[in-house]
Design a binder for this molecule. Sequence first.
Ligand code: ADP
Length: 262
Amino acid sequence: RPGQRWTMRIAALSGTERIVFLTDRSVIDAADRMRSDFVANASHELRTPLAAILGYVETLQDMNAEADAPVRHRFLSIIEREAGRMQQLVLDLLSISRVEADRFRRPTTPVDLGAIVRHTIGQLHDSEHPRAKDIAPELDDGLYPMLGDEAQLGQLAHNIISNAMKYGRSDTPVTVELVREGHRVRLSVSDEGDGIAPDHIPRLTERFYRVDEARSRSVGGTGLGLAIVKHISERHQGQLHIESELGKGTRVSVTFPITDGA
Ligand code: ADP
């Protein structure tokens, strides 16, 4: 393959036998590259709001306090918004590193996905999210027992539902469905939004990948939400599926194995 590099190491097993280790360096190089890209992207994402905050603080310091009250007020709101963006980004960075660290640890705690999804919807209502009223839960009272990490599954549900609220048109429903499919349970969240072009769909779970950077920023996105969803889903043996139709809307589903042998 182009760019492929091998290293070879030879060790003696006995006086006449040798063992040869061949290592495909391109895999290691790709992992190194991904790590350094991630650090560069994260630094860039943090630097942008930080530069805005420093700029506005400097301007405020030079201002005449009496004369410019409305302008000062506006600048303070911008500083608050940019600091909020940095806070969300730091929280998402912490989440993704925690979820990645847990990657190979199978969850062992029995949980009920129905209770977790209901709790997440309740939290969105409590946070007075302007679109919480549009959430249309279609959850029956059945139990969906699985082995899981309650906080991580709550975050997965939160990220998918809040994306539907962010990218769906206002005053259209965000349908949250939980259905049993044989030995699995499917959580689906559908919105009526602009949808996503097919060529973007495979890349949505990459860290910091956004279809429309300006749009994502303006709705408070960090570009990490679906990367976190993918990691949490994989840790729980889940399968993530994104279907979308331009101009119509998007449906994001994750199916998990359930544990009661039904
Ligand atoms: P963000 O924090 O930017 O929302 P995500 O990782 O959650 O990041 O999503 C990545 C990108 O996928 C978003 O920036 C957006 O372009 C697109 N996306 C995610 N969910 C939806 C949706 N329900 N409808 C349309 N686009 C979506």
